[in-house]
Design a protein around this ligand. Structure first.
Ligand code: OXT
Ligand code: ADP
Ligand code: MG
Length: 576
């Protein structure tokens, strides 16, 4: 190449976007192609990014947020303009709500036309619409700013409290050319995007003072603690303290659910009785009854003096006091905070909780575990949630590396309490919003990101939200085994049309639907299981072959409860 040719060599927006993502360790792109990002998706694949193409953007977005939770790096979703962008927004908002890092990159139409509302192809002011639903939103207009745009998006997604970020790339940006050397020099490899945040010594001391004076201490581990990937440090702190702990749903397995200090099976008891509660990466939102009321034994929290006291470890300095007074906020990253706490516990020779507290907690737990074990041995016909989930419980015990994806109402709640988890970040579910539709997107990302076997336990309604993505599972030949808890409807299959008319009740679906045939349509394995033995055999075959499999597990249609375990949030049902 002549010197003259070298100086005029150019690079375009497509290549700069790809190079910037690769430079920052991005490996997977979850997308739905179309104008204006079809060529971008093709070029990404050509350049070695794994491009996983979905049937609807919501599920591409769900995959991106699951990858974010599993890896601590932002998962990337790529969509077309207006309608595709809107389809991706539910996932972006859900990621932000759950504190999962992801970046939604959308192509968009011409700014000049959009701003004058002149009716461009798929015209929409996407940046303005995305802003309230995510942590940060950026638009790049010039090729030379692509490096900065992607660096800012990555930092915003993973630093501090993680969340969703929107990156708007107008169609005109992609073919823009600039001198190659300057273009490459404009790319930024983000350094230390989520820096350690060390808690102050005073905050640690305040927490230790509370714990030392506690008579009935409790630790609550949330999904932020699982996300933090500080597994050994959390384990060391919990074990040094000797304090019983409760895992929130997606923190199950951070320490094995069979751990001697796990109080899951005594949940109501410990929440009502504990006098000092240490929250680690868990918010006092609706899932914890906002820290007050009946769940908490009706005791009023107080920042000083009598009543229950809270310690809250969180990376967000504004989380404390959001629902009740937090007597000892510890602000920092979980790894650093729990390491400091362990040191302080050891240095001060902090005593373990007394038998007066541990005795009743573990007695209650053991009684409930025994009661549950008895229920699980029953083999009613038709199969119910308990007898089918006894099989899944055994599966997770035999294959603890399996990633369990779980959604539904009863299908969610029974699975959470029956199926023990043994390893961190192996349970992905409906999270903070209780959102249906995460099933197939989360399953695809779990398989793509980790290579592990995935088992998706789905209510039949829940599955319907992302059911078409079984084609995606089959197309990429992913080791995903889907079990549909088929009870013919939402919550149960026996509702009546209150008008007495011919239409089915709004909570019902076609009776005895053959979801297994959907899987067969795409070359996957589809099986119906009517007994625990048939379910077990089908799962064993799926795991041995690692073939995409869907098991239509026929559940007693009378077995469910309205809204599962959250009936109290549904005032009409609660009165029934
Ligand atoms: O201590 P006590 O005695 O209380 O007992 C507790 C534990 O101690 C004990 N336990 C154990 N015992 C023995 N051994 C072990 N190992 C053990 N572990 C625990 O068990 C009990 C219960 O324990 P748990 O679960 O820990 O405690 P609890 O009190 O339940 O916890 C409270 C919560 C709030 C933390 C918990 O309930 C929770 O996490 N809940 C999440 C609920 C949730 O998010 N639900 C999903 C949303 S419901 C609804 O909105 C649905 N929709 C509407 C809709 C949605 N969501 N999204 C969109 C986009 N559109 C619409 C729809 C459409 S659900 C739904 C579909 C439903 O139909 P499906 O067909 O899909 O599903 P089916 O119901 O199966 O038909
Ligand atoms: P759960 O639903 O399991 O109770 P939440 O989503 O309510 O969990 O809470 C997660 C919390 O974890 C959020 O408040 C978030 O700020 C916090 N968090 C996330 N990552 C970290 C981290 N690395 N260090 C400290 N806190 C974190
Ligand atoms: Mg159902």
């Amino acid at each position: 190449m002549t010197t003259e040719a070298a100086t005029t060599e150019t690079i375009d927006g497509f290549q700069l976007v790809i190079d910037a993502l690769k430079l920052n360790g991005v490996k997977n792109i979850y997308c739905v192609p179309g104008i204006p990002i079809t060529d971008l998706s093709r070029k990404m694949q050509k350049e070695g990014l794994r491009v996983i193409s979905f049937r609807t953007e919501q599920h591409a977005g769900n995959a991106a947020q699951a990858e974010g939770f599993l890896t601590k790096l932002p998962g990337i979703a790529l969509t077309v303009s207006a309608p595709g962008f809107l389809n991706g927004l539910t996932a972006l908002a859900n990621a932000t709500t759950n504190c999962f890092p992801m970046i939604l990159i959308s192509g968009s139409s011409e700014r000049e036309i959009v701003d004058l509302q002149q009716g461009d192809y798929e015209e929409m002011d996407q940046l303005a619409i995305a802003k309230p639903l995510c942590k940060a939103a950026f638009r790049v207009l010039h090729a030379e700013d692509i490096g900065v745009g992607i660096a800012r998006a990555i930092r915003a997604a993973v630093s501090g409290r993680p969340g969703g970020v929107y990156l708007d790339l107008p169609a005109k940006l992609m073919p823009q050319e600039m001198p190659k050397a300057a273009g490459l020099a404009s790319l930024i490899k983000v350094v230390d995007a989520a820096p350690a945040q060390i808690p102050s010594g005073e905050s640690i001391q305040r927490a230790i003072d509370l714990l030392k004076n506690a008579k009935r201490p409790l630790i609550i581990l949330g999904k932020g603690a699982a996300y933090a990937q500080a597994d050994e440090a959390v384990k060391a702190m919990v074990e040094t303290s000797g304090i019983p702990y409760l895992p929130m749903s997606m923190a199950k397995g951070l320490l094995p659910d069979t751990h001697a200090q796990c109080a899951s099976a005594a949940r109501s008891y410990v929440l009502a009785e504990a006098d000092v509660v240490m929250l680690i990466g868990a918010r006092l939102n609706w899932l914890l009854s906002h820290g007050k009321g009946k769940t908490w034994g009706g005791k009023t929290p107080a920042s000083a003096g009598a009543g229950r006291q809270f310690i809250q470890i969180d990376i967000s300095p504004t989380e404390a006091d959001s629902n009740v007074a937090i007597a000892a906020p510890v602000v920092g990253d979980i790894g650093s905070c729990v390491a400091e706490l362990t040191k302080a516990m050891q240095a001060s020779n902090m005593a373990k909780p007394s038998a007066d507290w541990l005795g009743p907690v573990y007695e209650k737990r053991d009684t409930n575990v025994t009661k549950m074990a008895q229920t699980l041995t029953l083999n009613p016909s038709p199969m119910n949630y308990q007898s089918s989930l006894a099989v899944i419980k055994k599966t997770l015990k035999d294959f603890p590396d399996t990633i369990l994806v779980n959604e539904g109402a009863n299908a969610l709640d029974f699975t959470r309490s029956i199926v023990d988890m043994y390893k961190p970040r192996k349970r992905l579910d409906v999270g903070t919003w209780g959102i249906m539709g995460i099933g197939m997107g989360f399953s695809v990302a779990a398989a793509v990101t980790t290579g592990q076997q995935v088992l998706a336990v789905e209510g039949d309604s829940a599955f319907g939200f992302s059911g078409m993505e079984v084609e995606t599972v089959c197309r990429y030949k992913l080791p995903v085994c889907i079990v549909i808890m088929n009870n013919n409807g939402i919550y149960k299959g026996t509702d009546k049309n209150l008008s007495g008319g011919d239409d089915m009740a709004p909570t019902l679906f076609v009776k005895d639907a053959r979801y297994d045939l959907m899987m067969q349509a795409f070359g996957g394995v589809g099986v119906t299981a009517k007994t625990p033995a048939e379910l077990d055999a089908a799962i064993q075959t799926a795991f041995a072959s690692r073939l995409p499999t869907l098991i239509n597990a026929v559940i007693d249609e009378t077995a469910g409860t309205e809204s599962g375990r959250i009936t109290s949030l549904n005032p009409t049902a609660a009165k029934k």
